[in-house]
Design a protein around this ligand. Structure first.
Ligand SMILES: Nc1ncnc2c1ncn2[C@@H]1O[C@H](COP(=O)(O)OP(=O)(O)O)[C@@H](O)[C@H]1O
Ligand SMILES: [Mg+2]
Length: 200
């Protein structure tokens, strides 16, 4: 039996532990804890004080680097564009171009202030998930990305209820997925509202 469980209750992305760097991790719980610890350190790096453009430049290579920082101690494929087709996300051969769009848009919108900042953060958040560049960790990477953008532009960050977002039974997760689907249709209202709801 696969100790990590199949594509089921806990996670959207099916995986079998291939690429796992820490051999002592045997269960989903141990994996969750290791990932949480690692992500916490990266969150502190970027969000303990306002992250400048130098620390978080939103370039193509930095977008990959952020994922590597979050998951690189655990997964061999961290920060690397996936090679396989997933049920969510664009075809792997256009991931590079689509990430390039985020990088270019971040340049175009770098001087935005006020209300526009949250709208742009929500748009980047959605686009990052929609592209789904990596094997796994796309949701957590996209949410941190949005928070770095918010704080870099002097707006409050969004404290997502991590347990609810993981729990397929949770109504909050339902709202989150529904908001993502509205954003697929270029209606960012529900996602912006969710950001506001969990705003610090
Ligand atoms: N049906 C869906 N439509 C759009 N986005 C979805 C859907 N289901 C899940 N997602 C998004 O994909 C993410 C899960 O992708 P994954 O790579 O497993 O990230 P993580 O491991 O950080 O949760 C969720 O957080 C959510 O943002
Ligand atoms: Mg996952």
């Amino acid at each position: 039996m696969n100790p990590f469980g199949s594509a089921g209750k806990d996670d959207d992305t099916p995986f079998d532990g291939s690429g796992l760097k820490i051999k002592s991790i045997k269960t989903r719980r141990q994996l969750n804890e290791a990932e949480f610890e690692s992500i916490l350190r990266v969150t502190e790096k970027y969000l303990l004080s306002k992250p400048g453009h130098k620390l978080a430049p939103f370039t193509f290579s930095w977008l990959l680097e952020l994922h590597r920082e979050m998951f690189g101690s655990i997964w061999s494929w961290a920060g690397e564009i996936r090679t396989t087709q997933k049920n969510i996300g664009v075809s792997p051969n256009i991931v590079t171009a689509e990430l390039g769009v985020i990088a270019i848009e971040s340049e175009n919108r770098h001087n935005e202030t006020g209300e526009l900042v949250l709208a742009t953060a929500a748009e980047f958040h959605h686009r990052a998930v929609w592209v789904h560049p990596f094997e796994d960790g796309n949701g957590r990477w996209a949410r941190l990305l949005a928070n770095i953008w918010l704080m870099q532009h002097d707006q409050p960050v969004t404290i997502w209820p991590a347990t609810d977002l993981r729990d397929t039974e949770s109504p909050i997760r339902g709202q989150y997925i529904a908001a993502m689907k509205r954003a697929d249709l270029r209606d960012y209202g529900p996602l912006i509202d969710l950001h506001k709801k969990f705003s610090e």
